[in-house]
Design a protein around this ligand. Sequence first.
Ligand SMILES: Cc1ncc(COP(=O)(O)O)c(C=O)c1O
Length: 393
Amino acid sequence: MEVEKLSERYIAYTYKRQPIVLVKGHEMFVWDSRGKRYLDFVGGIAVCSLGHCHPALTRAICTQAKKLMHVSNLYYIQPQAELAALLARVAPKSIGKFFFCNSGAEAIESAFKLAIKHTNRQRIVAMEGSFHGRTAAAVGATWKASYRKPFEALIPKIFDFVPFNDLTAVERAIGEQTAAVIVEPIQGEGGVNVPSDDYLLGLRKLCDEHDVLLICDEIQTGMGRTGKWFACQHWGIEPDEITMAKALGGGFPIGCLGAKEEVMNSFSPGDHASTFGGNPLACVAAKAVLQTMQKLKLPQRAAKVGEYFKKRLEELADKHQCVQEIRGIGLILAMELTTKQAAEDAVVKARERGFLINCAANKVLRFVPPLIVKRKDIDSLVEALDKILAEVG
Ligand SMILES: Cc1ncc(COP(=O)(O)O)c(C=O)c1O
């Protein structure tokens, strides 16, 4: 049975899939089962930041797989401790201790549990347009009603939503029972929404004034994507908690919650745990990712190449009426089109021409390529988009 049929027969229908089977990857390229090559501007949705199958990452995983794949957190785990020490060096200064898990949503759940335990308060302020994952509390903090509605029975009623980029609304929403405010410094799934310059600083100030924790969800924006290790560093703010996943393992599943030491110390044995969290295999993968990013100066590279990419996208916006806006920082960029149909058609036409791009928030084309993307890759995408926009517009 071919893969499409096997999948339809046996796999839960939770994703609308493009009609290709990707079987191989190298650097910026992936190949489908028919041998067609694509330049990948999706990168597993902001995951494969070193490109596909980077030798340092592959080597680290293969070597560790022959040595020790998994032991319980009942024992000390050397790569886990080393990874935490490495992360402490690149994370915002406030972040001193780490809890490892397996996905973004799990990192978010951990962040909420920690905030509630630390403050002994029960409510969380979240943003309209947010996306924090699909498990019960993570989806509860996620804005889109259609993601939440069918599961209301499962979702804790502890979230107060306020418009993104509105400090007055946050101040109004913070109450006696507020444990934390959660924000994506740049909203990813919400359509790459960048806040105004004073927003994150204002949030930090409000949280300090009201003795409330500030959680930065950097699952999509972290690990160098925006041109700094973490997006919140663009605004010089220090969160109390920070969540990571996606690019942390470069394709190997790992999630992480970082927190101020005194905040993380509110957890004691039994409060929280994960069988696989921070196992040797995942941690050597993340260590290899971090060390390679440092060696290749990928955050700095993302800043430079991202600036070029944005400028080229702006040229297209000037030329094509169907483009409403270009936004983003570093290598998380978006082109908002006038209609959902145009955006969906553009994704299909790009794929047919050998480019993988995706759609976020209906009519937004989102570009989150590996951080190794070259100017010539960008030029060839822009050349293709020029033709595609003329067709879909
Ligand atoms: C900002 C943000 N938070 C949380 C998540 C959830 O991560 P995961 O899919 O690994 O559970 C995502 C995934 O897209 C995300 O972009």
